[in-house]
Design a protein around this ligand. Sequence first.
Ligand SMILES: [Zn+2]
Length: 140
Amino acid sequence: MTAQRPTPTPRGEEAVYFNHAANRELVFQRCSDCDRAVFYLRTLCPGCGSESLEVTVSSGLGTVYSFTTQYRAAHPFFAADVPYTLVLADMEEGFRLFANIVDRAPGDVHIGMPVETIFDPVTDELTLPRFRAATAGVPS
Ligand SMILES: [Zn+2]
């Protein structure tokens, strides 16, 4: 028996996020009251409690804050994919995104490495952001 891909059932703010991803847009929220970048999408700003959160499109550019390589699949569906590397990136707008990096072998990722977001349509209903190495860093 072949394992089926585990997929989320987006609702509320998650559905907004995944609908934008399907259109090849990475989105986060910007608080209109305290200017904080908020990610994942939610109802209240975690900084000031405001409900004035605006969905904003990210440049998709970031820098590796940390990373880990998976040698053991978290689900049987991904058994053929290991080893793979997951990156936690500081996005230039001030939030962090955790996603696979698709063009680097384990051991070929380092902290401070520039990355850019790409979009992987994994099913007809689900598109996931991924990272690939970028040639230019995030302006500081
Ligand atoms: Zn706020």
